[in-house]
Design a protein around this ligand. Structure first.
Ligand SMILES: Nc1ncnc2c1ncn2[C@@H]1O[C@H](COP(=O)(O)OP(=O)(O)O)[C@@H](O)[C@H]1O
Ligand SMILES: CCCC(=O)OP(=O)(O)O
Length: 357
């Protein structure tokens, strides 16, 4: 059997996760965490390109992984135009749209760009898999309530689908046969209603919908937001940063690290407890919304992402949603494996890579 060696790269809002796979086996994995201060130096996501690429290359060197030994590089796909799920070859059009961030600014925009840059130095292919803009929303979910504005699907698609498939397989069922609610709790939070293998509605993780998150505001009272925008106190860029980057836990407590918040609570900080519990409360409310989308026919509620390691936080959510369906916890994420599997399917010829147009 041919052995393929893949480098997979997952830039998130609070971390850059990388791994090297030999076929399905991980031979190296590292999570490089980034503090709010470290990232606040950079005005735009693209400005982080050199920083994130260099730490990846250094980490590979330090761990004795030769770039020349790779068969392909796979990156997490970012804020491209809305597209169907799958593995895509990185092409010029994609690179252009990732640099601009045609649907928004997020660290995942760097996944395809860095994958391409590293792969090109050794003449090997680069891919992205199930980007954050996978769009399976139903038309009814696209209506916002203001004719000028359309709701969009911005979701941790890679991990939500990987976890939903893993769960279905544990239940000896197919993902396509189940109705699931998946809450991904990372630097950003998305809660998706999965009906028979499709994410038919989701709280936009990036653009001010749904629960607040470690670094995002989530949905806000609209009137007050508009008045703040026109108060003359803030520029457009500053307002955007208040919603994404400096929102959520960062706004109230000055950190994007939930473990730091846990320490504050342990040390008796009542404000930290109130804010952190409010984040769980908002996640629970969004799960309730998804239950309505699925008309109460819910086979399970799956909670995943970094904060799913935190039992206190999970217990707060469970307390409010267990009446809907059983709650299953999948801490961390399966994104690196999902990226490798997407790349392997193409390298083995089981699937043709899709072309981004
Ligand atoms: N063991 C843990 N307990 C509580 N929170 C955690 C734990 N591990 C990670 N987190 C939190 O999860 C968040 C990041 O989630 P993750 O899914 O890794 O992020 P990203 O969105 O950057 O990929 C951070 O706030 C981090 O502090
Ligand atoms: C769905 C947008 C991507 C996102 O929010 O990812 P992070 O939580 O890794 O920042």
């Amino acid at each position: 059997m041919e052995i393929y060696r893949l480098l997979v790269i997952n830039p998130g809002s609070t971390s850059t996760k990388i791994a090297v796979f030999e076929n399905e086996n991980t031979i190296f994995e590292e999570t490089l965490r980034h503090s709010t201060e470290e990232l606040s130096k950079y005005e735009k996501i693209y400005d982080q390109y050199e920083f994130r690429k260099n730490i990846i290359v250094e980490s590979l060197k330090k761990n004795g992984i030769e770039i020349e030994s790779l068969s392909a590089v796979v990156g997490r796909g970012g804020m491209l135009k809305p597209i169907e799920g799958g593995t895509y070859s990185v092409n010029e059009k994609m690179l252009e749209d990732l640099r601009i961030g045609v649907q928004g600014q997020h660290a995942s925009n760097l996944g395809g760009i860095i994958a391409h840059e590293i792969a090109a130095t050794i003449g090997k292919p680069s891919y992205i898999v199930d980007p954050t803009v996978v769009d399976e929303m139903e038309d009814i979910a696209r209506i916002s309530g203001m004719a000028d504005i359309k709701r969009k699907s911005v979701v941790h698609a890679l991990n939500q689908k990987a976890i939903a498939r893993k769960h279905a397989s544990k239940q000896e069922k197919k993902y396509e046969e189940m109705n699931l609610i998946v809450a991904h709790l990372g630097g950003g939070i998305s809660v998706g209603a999965h009906r028979k293998g499709r994410i038919i509605d989701v709280s936009n993780a990036l653009d001010g919908e749904g629960p607040f998150s470690p670094e995002r505001s989530g949905g806000l009272p609209v009137g007050d937001l508009i008045r703040l925008c026109y108060s003359g106190k803030y520029t457009l860029d500053e307002m955007m940063k208040k919603v994404k980057g400096n929102g959520g836990l960062v706004s109230y407590l000055g950190t994007n690290d939930a473990r730091e918040v846990d320490k504050m609570i342990e040390n008796g900080n009542e404000e930290a407890k109130l804010v952190y519990e409010a984040m769980a409360y908002q996640v629970a409310k969004e799960i309730g919304s998804c239950a309505a989308v699925l008309k109460g026919d819910v086979d399970g509620i799956l909670i995943t992402g970094g904060i799913a390691y935190d039992k206190m936080f999970i217990d707060w959510i469970k307390d409010r949603v267990e009446f809907i369906s059983n709650v299953y916890i999948y801490p961390g994420e399966d994104e690196l494996t999902a990226l490798a599997e997407g790349g392997l399917r193409v390298l083995r010829g089981e699937e043709s890579p899709k072309e981004y147009l």
